[in-house]
Ligand binder design. Structure first.
Ligand SMILES: [Zn+2]
Ligand SMILES: [Zn+2]
Length: 495
């Protein structure tokens, strides 16, 4: 949101005690559902957690699907949303908030089932999603061969090409209808994209129909990152808010600032080099890699780490190229920065990662961020975690059950298994953690919800503890608002 918007959020004082309720006690006069047709939401994901995202919105007699993600921890069809809940061939439009796998990974499965549906996303999201989905086919084929997952691949390269034919990229801040045409008509279901500040191309979606409004945040960040600027979201006029809750489980540490964290990272890298080794940073290929390269660029501008070689993987390079292509036309800081040209990272091939030694005074920024089996970071880390001169830095979220999550909880000397049936390794390397999340922390999200004061809030994209925190916080501050945690497969009224 804009600077002015953030100030108004910061200035909110809300108190009072309310009843926690699953019913709406809005004081505002809203049109009755009979005159509008029913508005319902069905959570198509198979469990309430951070995982796949897909929500079926029934509005104005139309069927709209918000996001079509894959669950990163599950395999085969279990990782997809349950699209069988939607009558086949009846979807009118699919809207994708951004190109992370948990939001777009199952789109070829959905468009195969619903070829008549138009798919809307931003132009950068379309460019990135194309790369991510083709990469996903390669990963699934490898998993079929290596791990014997017989259901893979869930779709093919041709399936992705078929899927992309239904895509209709749309710009920010332009209202369009189910056909993708501009529309201000009150009787059309219309959509409008608002920049979400999460990764390149990410948006929240405002849905309007007959004077009612629903706003779906997707994944959002209200603060500036190094490249992405904070979200520009609507500051009022929202009846129903569908909100992500990723970071609801923990508060921001006292005195935290991104600038301090960047300084801590610079000092951490210098100290790691003094210990005689390299720094390995597991990062997501999409988003975190580009933010990290931009941070390292800023550190270099200060005259530090000027000649340090940086290694990244092939997918990260492709995505970084797209960030560079949209540098001057997207909502971001440093529009002049071309990260690939400025940082000239060395691109590791799949073969090189099997043999390269960790060396000294290098930075290895390798995906995946959670060190999933068979990824560059997982393979490479086998060579460093038993070496006390080497350093391993974590800069984002890791699922506690992932190899990265296990390493973060381990102590020196613990035997660590990185999977793949290989023997455990005693942990000897130096581990440090930094906080550069691309998700809003819980306080700005809570303030945003309070600012909007919608009649209903639907909490999604969070683990139980995170959702519990938001339920309690919103119950206290918005006693007239119904707070819904949509159970998978159950229709929730939004009218
Ligand atoms: Zn995301
Ligand atoms: Zn997400």
């Amino acid at each position: 949101m804009s600077g002015a918007g953030r100030k108004s959020l910061g200035g909110i004082e809300v108190g009072g005690r309310g009843r926690f309720s699953f019913f709406c006690f809005s004081l505002r006069k809203v049109p009755c559902s009979d005159s509008l047709g029913k508005m319902e939401l069905v959570n198509l994901t198979r469990r309430t957690a951070i995982g796949s995202n897909s929500y079926w919105l029934k509005i104005g007699g139309k069927n709209v699907i918000l996001d079509a993600g894959l669950h990163p921890k599950l395999e085969g069809w279990a990782s997809t949303p349950d699209f069988s809940l939607v009558p086949q061939g009846k979807v009118d439009a699919i809207l994708i908030t951004h190109a992370h796998q948990d939001h777009v990974g199952a789109l070829p499965v959905l468009t195969r089932r619903e070829p008549q549906a138009r798919v809307f996303m931003t132009v950068p999201t379309a460019r990135i999603a194309d790369v991510m989905l083709h990469n996903s086919v390669n990963v699934m084929i490898r998993q079929r061969e290596d791990a014997g997952v017989s259901e893979y691949p869930l779709f093919t390269h041709r399936g992705v090409e078929f899927c992309t034919k239904a895509w209709h990229p749309r710009p920010l801040a332009k209202r369009f209808n189910l056909h993708g045409d501009p529309s201000e008509s009150n009787s059309d279901v219309t959509f409008e994209f608002f920049d979400a500040g999460h990764i390149l191309g990410s948006v929240g979606i405002l849905i309007r129909y007959k004077g009612r409004t629903i706003f779906y945040t997707g994944d959002v960040n209200f603060e500036n990152q190094t490249l992405m600027r904070g979200a520009s979201f609507p500051e009022g006029g929202v009846d129903v808010l569908i909100m992500e809750t990723t970071r609801g489980d923990s508060p921001v540490p006292l005195g935290f600032s991104r600038a301090n964290e960047e300084e801590r990272l610079a000092r951490g890298i210098i100290r790691a080099f003094e210990r005689g080794g390299s720094v390995t940073i597991p990062v997501f290929a999409l988003g975190k890699t580009q933010e990290l390269l931009a941070m390292l660029w800023q550190i270099r501008l200060r005259g530090l780490l000027a000649t340090v070689p940086i290694y990244i993987g092939g997918l990260s390079t492709k995505i970084s190229g797209i960030y560079d292509a949209f540098a001057s036309t997207s909502v971001r800081s440093h529009p002049e920065l071309q990260v690939l040209q400025e940082m000239a990272p060395y691109v590791l091939s799949g073969n090189e990662i099997q043999t390269i030694s960790p060396k000294k005074r290098c930075i290895f920024a390798l995906s995946s961020g959670m060190m999933t089996e068979n990824t560059l970071s997982n393979i490479f880390c086998r060579r460093i975690i038993g070496d006390e001169s080497q350093s391993l830095f974590f800069v984002g979220y890791s699922d506690p059950d992932s190899p990265a999550g296990k390493l973060r909880m381990a102590a020196i000397g613990d035997m660590i298994s990185l999977g793949g049936g290989l023997p455990p390794i005693p942990l000897r390397c130096h581990i440090e953690e930094f906080q550069f999340s691309a998700h809003a922390s819980r306080e700005p999200l809570r303030k945003y919800a309070v600012l909007l004061k919608p009649s209903k809030i639907v909490l999604v994209h969070g683990d139980k503890r995170a959702i519990d925190w938001f339920q309690l916080a919103l119950f206290k501050e918005l006693p007239d608002t119904a707070v819904i945690v949509p159970e998978p497969g159950r229709a929730e009224s939004l009218s």
